[in-house]
Each structure stands twice: as C-alpha cells, then as structure tokens.
Ligand binder design. Sequence first.
Ligand SMILES: [Mg+2]
Length: 342
Amino acid sequence: MAILEDDLIERIRRRVPSSVGGALQLGIGDDAAVLRPRGGEWVLTCDQFLENVHFLIDVHTPDSVGYKALARATSDIVAMGARPRIFLLSLALPAERTGRWLDDMLRGLSRAARRFGLRLAGGDTARSAGRPGPLALNLMVLGEVERGRAIGRAGARPGDAIFVTGRLGGAQLGLEIVLRRMYRRREFRRLLRPHFYPSLAVDLGVWLSHERLASAMMDLSDGLSTDLARLCRASKVGARLSETDIPAVVVPPSLQKLGLQQLSLALHGGEDYGLLFTVPRRLAPRIPRVFRGTSITRIGEVVAGREVRLVSEDGHAPRLIPRGWDHFRAAFSFSGRARTGA
Ligand SMILES: [Mg+2]
C-alpha cells in the first residue's frame, strides 16, 4: 500500500497544532521553518523513541506512543527552566502503520503538544523497510528561556537543599507490570498511567528559572540514583539523602509479594520525568509543597566531596550506587529481568 508523502504531511498538519504565530513565522508546507527570536534564548534538544527499544507495538497504544514520544523530548526543555515552543517530527513508518495507527498516534501527540504549549513547525517522513519495519519517532524540541537564566546541572553547591517533584518510581512500576504481562488486568490500569502518559512540571521549571531559585536542575529520566549522580558529577559535589523523605510510589501488597519494593523503585526506577533540582539554603523556604498541581519534596542536601549517601532512620548512611536505566547495559525485553535489576 503506497501513500503519498504530501498526503501524509497534510494529515499530520491537520491533526497537530501547527499554525503560525508567536515565534513561528513560517511553518509546515515550505522547505523549512522560519523562527523569530523575541529577545530570550533558545534551548534545543532531540530525542528518539524507537519500537522494541522504548516501546512495544503490541503493548503500547498508538495514542500513548505519540504522547510519550513528545513528553520525553520536552522533558529536557522543561529541565532547563525553559518554556516549550516549537517541535519537529521525523517519522520512520512501516506501510502497515499509515492508517488508523497513525491517526491514533497523532491524537496522543497533539494532546501532548497542546498540554505543553508546542507547535509543530515541520519534519520528515520516511517509509521504514522490513516486514513490518521498526517504527521510529524522532522529536526535536525548542524552548525559550529568559536571557542567562537557563538552569544547568553544574551549579549545585554544598549546603543547597535537594528537591524532587511528584512520586518517584511510578513509571517503573507501570513498566514492571508491562514486563510481567499483567497490563490487561483492570486493577492495575491506574498504575500504568505514569508509564504511558508521564506528566511534566512545565510551569514549575519556568518559575524556578524566572525567580532564579534553582542552582542546578535536571529531569528524572533514568532514576534518582543515576540522575543525582550525574548532577553531582557535573557540580563536583556530593549529596546526603534522607530515606524517609523520598516520595516513593505506593505499591499494592499483591505486587510487593512479587518483589516490587517501593524504595527500590523510587531510587532506581526510570522515566518519571519529574524535576530534580537544588536550591541555596537561604532560598529553600520559598519552595512550596505544591506548585500548580505539582507536588514538591525536599529529600536531602548537597555536601562537599563526591559521594552520594542515603541516610536511613537508624542513622546508617550507605553509599547510593547508581542503578538506574543505562541504555547500553539493558534492553527492553520480556525475557529479561526488570531493567533496573531492582
Ligand atoms: Mg534530561
């Protein structure tokens, strides 16, 4: 079944927010997009979402594939304190997926675009060879931040308070349910949501940047233990976390019996896409517990040195070893164990 590329592009344009306006002077339909900066700075990222690596075509609904592909890419823009503005979509699509599957995927993508304030400015489509070929989405996202206020990873200093948003481990719990092939069970449906449809703290990121409150920030994509180690390495500092303060996902007893532990999921589970940020001690009281629907928890403090330690209630403080998601160490597989090994 052949499909004309022009027709495909027209279908995408009709379904996804893509009208010109704001920074977008010229969008879909020409050879390239034209943007007009408005005095701030651009923040740029791209992210791949690949069948059999990041999602499984028979498990993940097309709606969730579209939503999550854009959420993942946009998360890195939010993590800089920038406001998401424009995105480009490159799509490698097998012929079998150009019908209903594509429409449903675009629906999820559009919802994410509206929620995060993004307009599609263009992209590229190609047919994926193979029977059926692997599907690939590549999202390039551009955000805008006030001049000099992008929040990097390298600014944390000893004494800074460490904060995270949301409950940690929820996306991993959803993935564990998928990996154990229990995703069709009604009682677990609600628990799948953070894995299928991650939410982003867009307004919080922009506020932290505007108010100059955060000394360092990143998104939680690969698990707290791994991501905090990265932030500490970039800032040349260590950290002490308080175990009892970690806002862990609540695991139902039936899943705890299968070995799924709340603290382990919260420390090492990936893909939550919340924010991890540090705030100088004197500014920390300005951080609220909830900001426009996003819960915020203080989990520890930055210290001198290079070690990250987890302080438990009884005062023990073992080193926290990074055991989150490593792309080159683990693959998305039903046959293997859960990807954190937790
Ligand atoms: Mg990131």
